[in-house]
Design a protein around this ligand. Structure first.
Ligand SMILES: *[C@@H]1O[C@H](CO)[C@@H](O)[C@H](O)[C@H]1NC(C)=O
Ligand SMILES: *[C@@H]1O[C@H](CO)[C@@H](O)[C@H](O)[C@H]1NC(C)=O
Length: 220
C-alpha cells in the first residue's frame, strides 16, 4: 500500500469514527432535552389501555399515577388492527375543538425504553411525541410523552355514519372494556366514559387479556 492510499484509509476511518461519536452525543442530548423529563423521571400520557394500572404495570412497574389529564385539540381514534387485542388500537390525532382524556403517569427514566418497546417504536408502529396536557387545578400545561400511530387515520371516526365504520377502525370489545375500566379508575369525567362506551366495537374478545385484566364484567 502506498503512502497516499494509507492516508486516505486512515482519514476515512477517522471520519467514520467521528460520525459515530456525533450520533451518540446528539442522540443522548435529544432524549435528555425532552421537556417531559425531570431528573430521573418522565411524565407519560396514557389514553388507551395504559389508563389502567394493571395494564401499564405489566411492562412498566415503576409507573405512579399523577392524575387524570386533558389533552385539548386532539381526538381519540382507532386505526391499526392488533392481534394482541383482536381489533384496532387507539391513537390520538390533532383535531381542533375535540379533546382526549387520559392518565398522567410518572415513570422512572430507566423504564423509558420499556414503554417504547411496548408501543413498538423500533418496529415503526407508534412514534413518541411531546404533548401538553392539563391537570385539574393547574393552569400551566404539563409536557408529557405520548405515542401516536405512525399510520394515522385519514378520516375522523366521529364523522363516519356508525353503520359504515370499517372493521379496520373498530376496537375489540375487550380493548374498549379496558379503556372504560381504565378511564373510570383514573376518575376522568363521566361524560367521557360514556363517550368511550358508545364507540363501535367489533364484538370480539381476547380471552387472555380479558382474564389477565379482569375485564369480563365491564359494561359497555
Ligand atoms: C450535548 O450536551 C452537552 C451538555 O449540555 C453539550 O456540552 C454538548 O455540546 C451537546 N452536544 C450536542 C451534539 O448537542
Ligand atoms: C378473536 O376473536 C375471534 C372471534 O370472536 C375468536 O374466535 C378468537 O379466538 C379471538 N382471538 C383471541 C386471541 O382471543
Amino acid at each position: 500500500m502506498n503512502r497516499e492510499c494509507l492516508i486516505r484509509v486512515i482519514s476515512c476511518l477517522l471520519a467514520a469514527l467521528s460520525q459515530v461519536n456525533c450520533h451518540s452525543i446528539s442522540g443522548s442530548n435529544a432524549t435528555l432535552n425532552l421537556p417531559e423529563i425531570r431528573g430521573d423521571k418522565f411524565q407519560y400520557f396514557g389514553f388507551g389501555s395504559n389508563m389502567l394500572i394493571r395494564r401499564i404495570h405489566i411492562q412498566n412497574p415503576s409507573a405512579v399515577r399523577v392524575g387524570p389529564a386533558l389533552l385539548p385539540d386532539f381526538r381519540l381514534d382507532f386505526a391499526l388492527e392488533s392481534s394482541r387485542w383482536n381489533g384496532s388500537v387507539a391513537t390520538i390525532v390533532p383535531t381542533q375543538g375535540d379533546h382526549v382524556w387520559g392518565t398522567l403517569w410518572e415513570i422512572d427514566l430507566t423504564n423509558l425504553p420499556d414503554i417504547d418497546d411496548q408501543e413498538g417504536v423500533s418496529l415503526g408502529i407508534y412514534e413518541p411525541r411531546t404533548v401538553y396536557v392539563k391537570l385539574r387545578g393547574e393552569s400551566e400545561p404539563t409536557p408529557a410523552r405520548a405515542y401516536l400511530l405512525t399510520k394515522q387515520p385519514t378520516s375522523n371516526l366521529y364523522e363516519l355514519p356508525k353503520d359504515s365504520i370499517p372493521l379496520s377502525r373498530q376496537p375489540s370489545k375487550t380493548y374498549l372494556q379496558c379503556l372504560v375500566k381504565g378511564a373510570i379508575e383514573s376518575s376522568v369525567p363521566e361524560d367521557y366514559v360514556q363517550r368511550l362506551r358508545s364507540i363501535k366495537h367489533n364484538g370480539r374478545a381476547n380471552s387472555d387479556m380479558e382474564r389477565k385484566l379482569d375485564l369480563g364484567s365491564v359494561t359497555l
